[in-house]
Design a protein around this ligand. Structure first.
Ligand SMILES: Nc1ncnc2c1ncn2[C@@H]1O[C@H](COP(=O)(O)OP(=O)(O)OP(=O)(O)O)[C@@H](O)[C@H]1O
Length: 193
């Protein structure tokens, strides 16, 4: 079974860009407790983004997900999420995703600037790069974890704003079930008697 070990968050929502906030996850369970606005949802959002590449539903294409530079009187925030997990095969893997939010003349500009997926050689401790491309990482991480992207997005790290999807309209529900059960990978067979 794959396990999430540690996550570093810098410059995401209320997480300060100047400090390295590290969350360590414990076995068999980690409870995240805190007052309203403390950042509990942000932790789940960062786990989901790290594993699937998907921004939260209320992120305004990334702009409201990155710590607002105006809070510190700056014009730019550099943000990073670093996730360390063990694959289903027991290998240590690190995923690093970096972002930037810049105040331009009339609007804020969000950019995903670099990403890297590394594995750690257990004998030497040396880091070996598996991928630099976001699209490859978004595919490779669920495969390394042994969990589909649809399960990570809709079940394990489901966002609180989207948690009622089982009660949504029939077409949304069908699409989610098709994704979860990979129905689109199989051709439909209908028997007529
Ligand atoms: N772009 C941003 N820049 C700076 N701070 C932000 C930004 N977006 C959101 N915040 C702050 O981040 C915090 C978001 O917290 P989050 O929703 O993760 O908290 P929570 O612990 O899940 O709260 P609740 O219990 O109310 O669900 C809030 O305090 C909000 O004001």
């Amino acid at each position: 079974m794959s396990t999430v070990d540690k996550m570093l968050i810098k410059g995401i929502r209320s997480f300060d860009p100047e400090n390295k906030n590290v969350i360590t996850f414990f076995k068999p369970l980690t409870l995240i407790v805190g007052p309203n606005g403390a950042g509990k949802t942000t932790i789940i959002e960062c786990l989901k983004l790290s594993c699937t590449g998907e921004l939260p539903p209320n992120a305004r294409s990334g702009q409201s997900f990155i710590h607002d530079p105006k809070v510190a009187g700056e014009t730019e925030t550099k943000a990073q999420i670093k996730l360390r997990f063990k694959t289903a095969a027991g290998k240590d893997v690190v995923c690093i995703r970096s972002f930037q939010l810049t105040q331009k003349a009339s609007k804020m500009e969000y950019k995903a600037i670099e990403s890297v997926l590394q594995t750690i050689n257990p004998n030497t401790g040396e880091k070996v790069c598996l991928s630099y491309r976001c699209a490859d990482m978004d595919r490779e991480i669920p495969a390394l974890m042994g969990v589909s992207k649809a399960i990570l997005e809709n079940v394990i790290f489901v966002h609180q704003d989207e948690a009622n999807w089982p009660l949504q309209d029939p077409s949304t529900l069908k699409k989610k079930f098709d994704d979860i059960f990979s129905a689109t990978r199989f051709c439909a067979i209908k028997a007529i008697c």
